[in-house]
Design a protein. Sequence first.
Length: 206
Amino acid sequence: MVLPESQPSGSWRRISIQRWRRRSRIIAALRIVLPTLIGAIFIGLAASVAYTTQTTQRAPSGNASDPIRLVNPHFVGRDNRGRPFVLTSTTATRDPQNDQRVFLDKPDLVIDEDGPDPTHITAGAGVFHEDTGKLEVNRGVRLSGARGSFETAQSVYDIKSGEVEGSAAVQGAGSLGEIQAKSYGVYDKGERMVFTGSVHARLQPK
């Protein structure tokens, strides 16, 4: 039997040295690359945390200063004559500068609905003053009740006294006929209506 010739010991030594050198170069490269990658990761994390912190600090808090807004609110109570009233609106937004003032969108006020002479007031917008109990309405105000129906630009209803007043022109029709005036007032639970300023009336005979 013939045995294969073994490689000279010098050749094995050279191959081992070459392999060792390659491993050494790889290890040396990794010693440079890995710390660089780790440092880049830490820098990225630090930048992300700093950006998040700055964004959070700059973002408006929104909780304390934002106005309180209600959808389809109901305000109920009684005037000083004991008549119940119900005030509703599409939305109600409390004034951030004055918490006693509430801005109303399309307010709808019903006074003494089940009484002998209920009053209904609607408008496009309004302001309800909780401290004084006054409701200011404007934009297409309409007042209706058993005594007639009237339209005006603005009106003020005093919940405490139950009186309605307006300094804008008013026109409408009641049981006695049609009437126009520059201002008006409703007093004594609606039993007395006062029209002033360029009053024009067309009475209907009974």
